[in-house]
Design a binder for this molecule. Sequence first.
Ligand code: NAD
Length: 337
Amino acid sequence: MIRVGINGYGTIGKRVADAVAAQDDMELVGVAKTRPNFEAETAVSKGYPLYAAIEERLPLFEDAGIDVAGGVEDLVEASDVVVDACPSGIGAENKSMYDEYDTPALYQGGEDADLVDVSFNARSNFAEAEGADHVRVVSCNTTGLSRLLAPLQEEYGVKKARVTLVRRGGDPGQTGRGPINDILPNPVTLPSHHGPDVNTIFPDLNIDTLGMKVPATLMHTHSVNVQLEAVPTAEEVRELLGAESRLFLVPEKYAIDGAGKLKEFAMDHGRPRADIWENCIWDQSISMEDDDLYLFQAIHQESDVVPENVDAIRAVLGAADREESMTRTDDAMGVGF
Ligand code: NAD
C-alpha cells in the first residue's frame, strides 16, 4: 500500500483525499489543516486523521473539540508521498520540510514550474515523473489543454495551437473574487501564462494563449484552434478524442448549452460535489476548416486535476505505468460518463 499524506485540505486537497481513499493500492495517512473550519469537520466526519498544519494553532482544534493526530511533520514522516494542496506559494515554503523527511512531494499548479523537477500531466508525460522528488501537477487549464493536445500531437502533429481561455472569476466558495459585473481581458497582454505553462509539458509545441475573466464560478471555457500537420476530417478527430478516457464529447442530443447544464448533468449522475473530472468538448463544435481544427471545451477547475494527482503518486514511485495507473484511477473514481 502506498501511504499518502495531504497537506492543505481545501478545494483541491479534499477532493484528492477522497480520490486517494478510493484507490485499493493507497492508504490515506491523513490530512493537514490550518483551521478547524467546516472542511476540518468534513475530514473528521469521513474518518480521515487530521494533522495540524501549524503547530501553534493546535489549541484552536482542541477548543473546537476536534481530535488531532499530530503536527504536519508527523504526517510527512509517516507518508511515502505528500500531496501539497496549499494555496499558491505556500508549497514552495513547505519544500524544505519534505526534503528534511526525504518524502517526495507533489505540488499544484499555483506553484512556479522552476520549484520542481517535473511538471506533470498523466496523459502527456507520465514516465518523466518516475523517481522525481518534486513534481508539479499543472493547473486546471493546463491539464485541460494537455489532455487535448497530446492525442492531436501524436496522431496528426501540431503546427500551432491558438487558445482563448474564458476563465471563471473564482470558485463558488471564493466569495471575495470577481469580477461581478464585467468582462476582463486578463491578462491584457499576450501571452497569458497558460501557453508557457503548456510548454512545461510539451517544450516544443507552438502555442499562443489569450485569457479573459468573466463573472462566473462554475467552469472555464476554452475556444480552441489547432492548426494540424496532417489534415483529418472532423469525424476522424471526433473518433480520436472520443477514445480518450478523460475527454468527454458532449453529444448534441443532450442539449447541454453551457456550464450550468454540465453541472446539472454531473449532479444527475451522482458525482461527488458535482465534480466533472473530464474535459467537456462540445461534439458539434469539432470542425475542420482546411488544416485548422476548431472546438469549444469546458473545464471544471475544481476537479480535473484530481485524477492527475492520483496518477502522479504512482508515477513518482514507479508503482505503475501510464496506462495501468490511469485505468486504475479512473475505475476507482468512476471517471468517464
Ligand atoms: P484553497 O484555498 O481552497 O485550499 C488551500 C487549503 O490549504 C486551505 O484549506 C487553507 O486553509 C490551507 N492552508 C493554508 N496555509 C496552509 C499551510 N501552511 N499548511 C497547510 N495548509 C494550509 O486552495 P485550492 O483552490 O485548493 O488551491 C490549492 C492549489 O491548487 C493552488 O496551487 C492552486 O493554484 C491549485 N489549483 C486550484 C484550482 C482551483 O480552481 N481551485 C485548480 C487547479 C489547481
